[in-house]
Design a protein around this ligand. Sequence first.
Ligand code: FES
Length: 209
Amino acid sequence: MSEALNYLLKIRPEAMQAYFSFVKKSGGSLDKKTIAIISVITKVDKQTKKGFKQYLKRALNEGVSADEIIDALLVAFPTLGLTKIVWAMDILIEMDLPEFKAENLTAEANWHQVVEVDDVIPDQTHYFELNGRGVFLYKDTENSIIAYDHRCPHQSTQITSESLQGNTLTCPKHAWKFDTTNGHCIENGNRPLNRVKHKIEDGLVWVYI
Ligand code: FES
């Protein structure tokens, strides 16, 4: 927290507690990713570099993808304007985060047919390669499917089926471990696996990569 907020909290505790409670409750209907994206945009709007970097990392930790951050910045163009978007892009480039490298973004993404949904065994994780990109699919016992990008959320290392043990995936580079039933990082790291858009049509699973 900033020194100014700490100061206000000390000298006006009731007013500030009410303010924090308002901020917390006002986002009650939004999911964590949406709140994280809005926070990033507010930091860009205010052009606070430290806050932008901090909230950007928080958003990535909440599972927001680099593409979603970039789309959010572009959608906010009417209020941010080009100058603030370029300001944010300069900081992104300076941060040198692997997920923002052009080759790791999905600008050229397309829908790909993966497998018949009935061939995905429940409570097991499956690996598929499509057009040089890998995807992990997990189907729970109620037939709900989650698809994950095979690139590690840490430094985009490509993870393949050799790194899979049951429903645990271990990145070969720095050994971050992930639970593929929900994507959470369960050891060594702090970011979840990146989810990939998917759909089921005519009994087939499709992914957007
Ligand atoms: S790149 Fe995967 S754990 Fe570091």
